[in-house]
Write a protein that binds this ligand. Structure first.
Ligand code: SF4
Length: 300
């Protein structure tokens, strides 16, 4: 029996739901019940009635699933899959900032640890960041953490000054204007879609700057048949699968997030078999971290 069949059989026995991020390996996306971006996966975790969730993505995402679905057992098949950007906002530094700036709203990208979420006012994802930012009264001082690129892109688009945490996504930061220009000269006339985590100089060259969910939606409905994709290349697998009549060009060098590729089919099988490794968070952390996430979800 192939590993894919074993996973599906065990999944049924365990009444498990497999969630996977758009950047995971193709075979993981194929094994999942639902593939999406951070926002879509958060909503799915909140609304599912499954006793067991197998979360294929990076650690902060599995933590978010546990926070929103505390009665489910949430398995993160490879605990070594972390997000370097999330780790750039460390608890002591955020605590210090909070203490020294009592009147400032802390707006946290969902790419933060559960511990940091307990200290912030509201969360956002790249899919809803604009709406969340607009919900904060004008004139209110804001600290946006941890992604300075996303913060700068939003700030410029909405003419909304914010203090920015000096964090970044190493994968999206490696996408340079030269790489985009090279792709554009290779495919003249193609639409360029880039992720909002890219540097503003890259966003300036794009037709659209979106979340991964936004790129999927845009590519589906746009009349154009050719797209240059400026984000982690895992998304290209899904774009091609869903739009067989369209063409998608990955950048060169290929933007790869090594952490998103750490979860293998073997990891998923072992997690389902052993019911481990499970995400464990103290009840107090779940309760406090849920508030800023729920505030964000209430805005949908
Ligand atoms: S792509 Fe960037 S933001 Fe996403 S998990 Fe990898 S390092 Fe973190």
């Amino acid at each position: 029996m192939g590993i894919e069949t074993e996973i599906q059989q065990l999944k049924q026995q365990r009444q498990a739901l497999i969630l996977a991020h758009n950047y995971t390996l193709p075979e993981i996306q194929d094994a999942a019940d639902f593939v999406g971006d951070s926002l879509e996966l958060s909503v799915r975790a909140r609304d599912c009635q499954a006793p067991l969730i197998v979360f294929c993505g990076v650690r902060f995402m599995a933590e978010t699933a546990k926070i929103l679905s505390p009665d489910s057992v949430v398995l993160h098949p490879n605990p070594r899959a972390g997000c370097p950007m999330a780790d750039m906002a460390e608890v002591p530094a955020v605590e210090r900032y909070r203490r020294d700036n009592p009147g400032t709203v802390l707006l946290a990208y969902v790419n933060t640890t559960a511990a940091v979420k307990t200290m912030v006012d509201i969360c956002c994802t790249s899919g809803n960041a604009e709406a969340v930012l607009k919900s904060i009264p004008a004139g209110q001082k804001i600290m946006f953490l941890p992604d300075a690129n996303l913060g700068r892109n939003l700030s410029a688009k909405l003419a909304r000054p914010m203090e920015l945490w000096p964090g970044f996504c190493p994968t999206h930061n490696r996408i340079t204007p030269e790489i985009i220009r090279k792709a554009q000269s290779q495919w003249p006339g193609a639409l360029t879609l880039v992720h909002l985590e890219c540097h503003p100089s890259v966003v300036a060259l794009a037709d659209q700057a979106l979340s991964t969910g936004g790129m999927l939606k845009y590519a589906r409905s746009a009349a154009s048949k050719r797209f240059i994709i400026g984000t982690e290349s895992g998304l290209v697998y899904r774009l091609k699968k869903e739009n067989p009549d369209k063409e998608f060009l990955t950048l060169s060098p290929e933007p790869l997030c090594p952490n998103m590729k750490k979860i293998s089919l073997d990891d998923v099988l072992f997690a389902l078999r052993d019911l481990a490794p499970a995400v464990e968070l103290p009840g107090e952390v779940i309760e406090k971290a849920r508030r800023p996430i729920e505030k964000m979800l209430a805005m949908k």
